[in-house]
Design a protein around this ligand. Sequence first.
Ligand code: ADP
Ligand code: MG
Length: 250
Amino acid sequence: MTETSPLVRLTGVRKRYGGVRALQGASLTAAGGEVHGLLGPNGSGKSTLGKVLAGSVRPDAAEIEIDGAPVRIGSPRAAARLGIAAVYQQLSLIPELTVGENLVLGQEPGRAGFLSDRAARRRVGPVLERLGPALGDVRADQPVRELAPGQQQLVEIGKALLREPRILLLDEATASLHRDQVAVVFEIVRELRHAGASILFVSHRLDEITDLCDRATILRSGETVAETPIAGVQPDALVRLMVGDVQAVE
Ligand code: ADP
Ligand code: MG
């Protein structure tokens, strides 16, 4: 680990689904203390690239470095051990279990790199409290099925926060949230950034990208076509960048 190494770097990422070339040598580099947007039209490979990092998609080729050291991420567990957590629009909660049970789910007691069950339980209260302004009066002992869709999405985000990730992927994870709920999540993301985490952020709401992100990587047809600072970039320039005008923000 050196001071100049980015926290996370993916290069030469290739993935085919049958005949579909989802990623054709895509790359992404993000620093600690940075919110990094992942932009591109539908089908450009954003989710696939995120899932390669999160260990839920096995790439055909990829070089991944964390803190400058090569790593292999063969499974979501391997990703978790490296401090990587991911949240998608698609929920992974078990509706019949309580909020608290869902929050600690997937932690493996006693295994290196994972929270112990007890440590995880101790964090349930603080995580719910942190999300409280967005969650409303949701209780830890309440079955998840009783919650509104936005509240369930927040519990999903809480599951990732419970792990205190160094690298957090939010892939359309704010899609079902109201504006005021998004604001609470963004505040938490900014705290994580301040603590040195790297947050990878995907959203189809461009105002969210320009509000939150420091830099962004733009994908098109499975390839990285640009990487750009985001501060001060207008949403319409982002749109031009996404659809083909690489000079849009240069
Ligand atoms: P994005 O998140 O930018 O919309 P995706 O990574 O989801 O892009 O998709 C990239 C390409 O791979 C698209 O053409 C999509 O249809 C295809 N694809 C994604 N997941 C699968 C899958 N599980 N099986 C087959 N094709 C897939
Ligand atoms: Mg996607």
